[in-house]
Every structure is written in structure tokens, then in C-alpha cells.
Design a protein around this ligand. Structure first.
Ligand code: MN
Length: 281
């Protein structure tokens, strides 16, 4: 199932080229504080699932092409992200940060990005310092479905609600990661959340990213140093993971600068295609 948020914070299921509006199934639906609908929806999903199937038969629909898609998730309790989690990316960052020892997720653990940095498909990434190098990092993101603490890797995939494409935009430099990666618009996600049942093996997905017509990143999640299950194991030993929490799994090699006027396109196999534009802040 592909879940979107669109127009004025409606929640929809995408089938083919059509969106079915299932907003009123979201518990506590109200137009006054709509942004966290998807988190509530995810938390209640096991109970809602049979009702979704029923609702689709009579739900109002519209053409996907006519909808304005939004970030499919807003206001998770946290966004966690993996620092270096591909060997080839570790090597290329060694060239950027010469003289520094670059560690991986094994040494650094995971870091936080602010929820306020989330944005959606078709949005514009605003670069705060055009004179500094700002990079795209195309990544597979996973969304937690059930409260998780001290989860072992063997069971970790049971806690995944679904997957989405993530761009972890990054200013290069010496500041803390949360600062360099935490600007508004620096975490585009989407175009939808694909539920986990459609992706039984998240560790063998092609990942490609283009800037304009140039293919910059071309890898596969099979090269992850910590695979999806192990990232969840690691993160959940440190903090409780809640429904709706987003974890970005790290970027492969090929990161490079983005500039105002660029269009960035990320395709993760079986998950979808996420496109954003770049402008000055
Ligand atoms: Mn990253």
C-alpha cells in the first residue's frame, strides 16, 4: 500500500494513477491540527487495515497527477540518520575531510535531524550558504510502526511500518551534523510511504540519484555497513522508537554539490521517485 498526504493534509492511498481519500479513517481527524495525521494513522494501522480495504470501495478519488503531494509524514517524534554507512562513501568523504579519521555508524551511532527540516515531493530545498558546499545524500528511509526498545536485529523488521525516499541535505564543514543537516527543507521525503509488506527485503534495493541529467549516485542497499535491521537494533538500544519515527539509513558514494537552479531526482527501487528543486534561502 502506498500512502500519501496531499492538498490540504488529506491522507490517501495510491493505486495506479489514482488517489483514494481515506482521511476520515484517521483517528481523531480534525482540520485544525492535521499535520500529525500520518503519525496517528501509523500508530493505529493494524486496527485500521481492514477498514481501509472497505473504505476504498466508496472513497472519493482524484487523479494522482492533479494532487499536490506533501511530505507523507510530518511531526514524527524524531528523525534519526546514519552517519557513514557505506564503505565507498567513507572513502570519498576521506577526500573531502582530508586529515580527519572518518568513522562509520559502528563508532558514531546515529544522529538526530529536526522534524522541522521535513519537506515533500516537488518542494524546494533552500540553501542557506550558497558560498559553502552543500551536498545531496540520497538514502533509503524507514518508518517505525510499533514502539521499539532494545529490539534484536532478528526481529527488527517486524517494527517497520514502511519505507520512503530520503534526501539528507548537508552543508559540509566543521559544525555538528545536526546543525549542518538540520536547516528547514533539508529533509525531503516521499513521494509516499510504501508499507513494509511490499518490501520484504529492504537490503537489496537499487538507489540512484540524478542532479539535472547527471547520474551522481548509483548503488544498492546491499552495500550498507549496518543493514536496516541492525540500524534499528542499534537505535533502539539508545532510545525508544515510536510509531512514525523516521530513520534514514545513510548514503552511498557519489554525493556532490547542489546549487540554486538544480533539480534533484532520487529513485529507490520498489519505493518510488522523489524530485525536488534547489534555490537560495
Ligand atoms: Mn546522510
Amino acid at each position: 500500500m502506498r500512502l500519501v498526504m496531499y492538498n490540504d493534509w488529506r491522507v490517501g492511498v495510491v493505486e495506479g494513477e489514482t488517489i483514494y481519500d481515506i482521511t476520515t479513517l484517521v483517528p481523531g481527524w480534525s482540520p485544525e491540527w492535521p499535520q500529525n495525521f500520518m503519525v496517528r494513522f501509523i500508530a493505529a494501522f493494524d486496527e485500521l487495515r481492514p477498514r481501509i480495504a472497505e473504505a476504498l470501495a466508496t472513497a472519493p478519488s482524484l487523479a494522482l497527477a492533479k494532487a499536490r503531494l506533501l511530505a507523507p509524514l510530518l511531526y514524527p517524534t524524531k528523525i534519526l540518520a546514519a552517519p557513514v554507512n557505506y564503505r565507498a562513501h567513507q572513502a570519498e568523504m576521506g577526500q573531502v575531510y582530508q586529515g580527519q579519521t572518518l568513522h562509520t555508524i559502528a563508532e558514531y551511532g546515529v544522529f538526530l535531524k529536526p522534524s522541522s527540516s521535513l519537506t515533500g515531493p516537488g518542494s524546494t530545498v533552500r540553501i542557506p550558504f550558497p558560498d559553502r558546499r552543500t551536498d545531496h545524500e540520497g538514502e533509503l528511509g524507514l518508518i517505525i510502526g510499533k514502539t521499539a526498545k532494545n529490539v534484536r536485529r532478528e526481529e527488527a523488521l517486524d517494527y517497520v511500518f514502511g519505507y520512503t525516499c530520503v534526501m539528507d541535505m548537508t552543508v559540509r564543514g566543521g559544525e555538528d551534523r545536526t546543525w549542518r543537516k538540520g536547516f528547514d527543507t533539508f529533509t525531503p521525503i516521499g513521494p509516499w510511504i510504501v508499507t513494509a509488506d511490499e518490501i520484504p527485503d529492504p537490503d537489496h534495493l537499487d538507489l540512484k540519484l540524478w542532479v539535472n541529467d547527471e547520474l551522481r549516485q548509483n548503488s544498492n542497499t546491499s552495500y550498507l555497513i549496518y543493514d536496516v535491521a541492525r540500524i534499528i537494533e542499534l537505535a533502539s538500544t539508545h532510545q525508544t522508537l515510536y510509531p512514525g519515527d523516521l530513520i534514514s539509513t545513510g548514503t552511498p558514494e557519489g554525493v556532490g554539490p547542489i546549487r540554486p537552479g538544480d533539480r534533484v531526482r532520487l529513485v529507490v527501487e520498489r519505493v518510488g521517485e522523489l524530485v525536488v528543486d534547489v534555490a537560495e534561502a
